[in-house]
Design a protein around this ligand. Structure first.
Ligand SMILES: *Cc1c(COP(=O)(O)O)cnc(C)c1O
Length: 379
């Protein structure tokens, strides 16, 4: 293989995560795997195919572009577009049989017109505002939006959705409980008007794992399907609340090939800004990964793995390169594999560890791995 940096994705890990999440759900509950953001960096179509083969019922994406890629790759499963799309794309979205989120009543006439032109109903999911204050229709406008959808022969109210604001960041789930109450009130308002919505959904990974009352007819799991916990708080809550065999397996390993190994005498600087000065005779490995590839320039005190040992990063992360110290890794040589994320023998670098180095979250670490880097499916 000519690639000098690549990402390996474990099919077994992705498949078993879907099976484990499925085991938390009632038989009739649908599992919608979120593959937005290049499947959290795992490869949109590759991960989408594996999830579908492993028993995910639906896939969700953020954009029209992602939905188009999935259809082009031959995936025929239901696709839910979570994000806004341009009215120019309504006809294509309907042709590709995508489900769309709605929260603006003004979007309905062009949607109905596109549906009429395509000769098929637009299947819409009304997003209810329950406290996240992102996408969603608030209490005053919710009823009229739902009435407008059910009143049009070209539109179908297929789903009712909301999204939690504060379930990952805390072990106190009172805000999530309040959102769930508001969501249940919205369901009751529709029921009182004789409107039954076929697919009700609000649970992200954290709610799927921690709040069975939030499962309704479908869950939308992202991060957990990739084998990562939504946060440490989610993990702590889980361990506190129930003890069974539920685990998740990370699926992603990011590797690169060492481009140069060199000896540097004491008292030399390494990299831009001369931020690091060698204090002893130092052997360095130059690795062709930098912030363009999605390895955060802010990382301080990080390391990579070479020959199963930790090689501390020295100096600043460059645009396309980084330098790591291999003084204590005697046999390190050009062409060796360096592991940036993942396991190498007894050592492992998790996305969570990189997130701590870079002051961010695991979600950002994997989603930022440049799309251009090949994703290779391994067993
Ligand atoms: C991304 C997303 C999810 C998945 O969240 P995870 O925490 O990764 O499980 C669910 N719902 C919506 C609306 C999203 O945007």
């Amino acid at each position: 293989m000519s690639e000098l940096t690549w990402v390996e994705i474990s099919r077994t890990a992705l498949s078993s995560n879907i099976a484990r999440l499925r085991s938390l759900l009632a038989q009739s509950t649908l599992l919608c795997a979120c593959v937005k953001a290049n499947a959290y960096g795992h490869g949109l179509c590759e991960a989408g195919r594996i999830f579908f083969d492993a028993g995910a019922d639906w896939l969700s994406v953020h954009s029209m572009h992602e939905a188009r890629c999935l259809r082009k790759s031959g995936l025929a499963c239901p696709i839910y577009i979570l994000g806004p799309i341009s009215p120019d794309d309504y006809p294509e979205a309907l042709q590709l049989d995508c489900r769309l989120v709605v929260y603006n009543e003004d979007d309905l006439p062009p949607l109905a017109a596109a549906a009429r032109a395509c000769g098929r109903q637009a299947r819409l999911h009304v997003k209810v505002e329950t406290g996240t204050n992102r996408q969603g229709v608030g209490a005053g406008l919710f009823e009229s939006l739902c009435a407008a959808v059910t009143g049009s022969p070209d539109l179908m109210l297929e789903g009712l959705a909301t999204h939690f604001a504060n379930i990952e960041d805390t072990t106190d789930h009172s805000f999530a409980q309040a959102q769930l109450r508001s969501f249940n009130e919205a369901i009751a308002i529709l029921a009182a008007r004789g409107i039954r919505v076929p697919i009700v959904h609000c649970a992200n990974s954290a709610a799927t794992i921690l709040m069975p009352a939030a499962h309704f007819s479908m869950v939308r799991t992202g991060i957990a399907a990739y084998g990562m916990w939504p946060s440490n708080e989610t993990y702590v809550s889980f361990v506190r609340e129930r003890i069974n065999g539920f685990t998740l397996t990370p699926a992603l390993t990011w590797k690169a090939r060492v481009a140069q190994v060199k000896d540097v005498p004491p008292g030399e600087f390494i990299g831009y800004g001369c931020t690091f000065k060698t204090g002893h005779p130092t052997r360095l490995a130059v690795i062709p990964v930098g912030y363009y590839d999605g390895y955060d320039r802010g990382i301080a005190g990080g390391h990579v793995l070479i020959r199963g040992q930790r090689a501390p990063i020295r100096g600043r992360i460059c645009m396309n390169l980084l330098m790591a110290e291999v003084t204590d890794i005697r046999d390190a040589c050009v062409g060796d594999e360096a592991v940036l994320v993942g396991r190498d023998a007894d050592e492992c670098i998790t996305a969570e560890q990189i997130a701590r180095w870079a002051s961010t979250i695991n979600y950002e670490v994997t989603t930022r791995i440049n799309d251009r880097i090949p994703r290779i499916i391994v067993d």
